[in-house]
Design a protein around this ligand. Structure first.
Ligand code: NAP
Length: 326
């Protein structure tokens, strides 16, 4: 496949390594500053760069949107309205209303759209979910997961700036929420969240206690001002599965009363290759969404994160713009 990448920050390089590693080509780079985009393109041996998404995407198979959260929706809308298939970084957008706009644009133009929640495509999760479904740990009752790092407070940066929809929930809290969704495959019944907010009002440190049907629970946390354990534990009635670095996992440890087992699924490249292959598969089969990260799945996640943000009092400029219909 031939790709356009929108945004040329840290994660764009991971995408390039994975795409090229499986024989795809990154042909064009879009950035808001032509010079910075062209420097990045030259460094990576990419021919085309510029600001205009429509002309850059001409003749290409798909675009990968890797800008700050606040910019996902506009870039994706421009691409979808021009019939360009989109793989858009997580979270798909800042809030539920933006996600609805994106889904509606994809529907209208009959164009593929998928949130780049790469964790859902990792081979280890096929194994973990199969173990749970076979009943090897009994009914799962508790998921504990955290993802957090201590990043210096830089008010203008993507992580801390409310204008860019910063904060821990949208950046990393979405991963423990995704893990709980993978295990329980259903919407929460009750959600309780508390957070420490930054001076600018984004969540720096967040804890979520969630109840699912059958009284199953999740205790999840995320932070951008604190290093957390960064692991996950799925506890069932007769066993457990531990997943270190669960969002990018290559290993899991199954513990049952009678035996312990280590499961290994090493990434072929860096783990991004599985979601890229899924885009290729969906496009070759004429699908506009992937069953692995369906529109409904991204919509439910946006709805849940809106609910959590309401509980902890985090509002972004993008929320009021949506309310005002801008
Ligand atoms: N899947 C993963 O493991 C993973 C990991 C990290 C991040 N992400 C996601 O990837 C996306 C990008 O993250 P990143 O860490 O690569 O970000 P980053 O390093 O800050 O890069 C952001 C890129 O977006 C551009 N940009 C466009 N509009 C912008 C604006 N209004 N303000 C600031 N920058 C703007 C920047 O351009 P300039 O060069 O002109 O500033 C830069 O090229 C986010 O959605 C994030 O959640 C995913």
């Amino acid at each position: 496949m031939r790709w356009l990448i929108v945004g040329h920050g840290k994660i764009a390089s991971n995408f390039i390594d994975a795409a090229q590693g499986i024989g795809h080509q990154v042909v064009a780079i879009a950035g808001r500053d032509h010079e910075r985009a062209s420097i990045f393109a030259a460094k990576n041996g990419i021919d085309k760069s510029g600001e205009d998404l429509v002309s850059l995407s001409e003749g290409l198979d798909a675009a990968y949107v890797a800008t700050p959260h606040s910019e996902h929706c506009n870039a994706a809308l421009t691409l979808l309205e021009n019939g360009v298939p989109v793989l858009c970084e997580k979270p798909l957008a800042v809030n539920q209303k933006q996600v609805e706009k994106m889904i509606s644009a994809a529907e209208k133009s009959n164009t593929f759209l998928m949130e780049a929640m790469w964790t859902r495509h990792l081979p280890i999760y096929e194994e973990v979910i199969s173990i749970i479904k076979k009943g090897h740990i009994g009914e799962p009752k508790l998921v504990e997961a955290s993802l957090g790092f201590n990043s210096p407070y830089e008010p203008e940066s993507r992580l801390w700036n409310p204008e860019l929809a910063g904060g821990s929930l949208l950046d990393v809290g979405i991963y423990p929420l995704t893990l709980a969704d993978l295990v329980y495959e259903t919407s929460p019944e009750k959600v309780f969240s508390v957070a420490e907010l930054s001076p600018d009002g984004v969540d720096a440190n967040l804890s979520m206690l969630i109840q699912y049907p059958n009284s199953s629970m999740a205790k999840l946390s995320s932070a951008i001002n604190l290093s957390l354990p960064n692991g996950a534990l799925i506890l069932g009635e007769s066993g457990s599965i531990e997943i270190p670095y669960f969002w990018c996992a290559e290993k899991a440890f199954l513990k049952q009363a009678s035996k312990n087992e280590e499961i290994n699924k090493t990434h072929q490249i860096n783990g991004f290759e599985y979601q890229i292959r899924e885009v290729e598969r969906c496009l070759s089969e004429g699908l506009t969404q992937s069953p692995k990260v369906s529109w409904k799945c991204s919509h439910s996640m946006a709805q849940l994160m809106d609910q959590i943000r309401t509980q902890i009092g985090v509002n972004y400029p993008a929320d009021s713009q949506e309310q005002d219909g801008i």
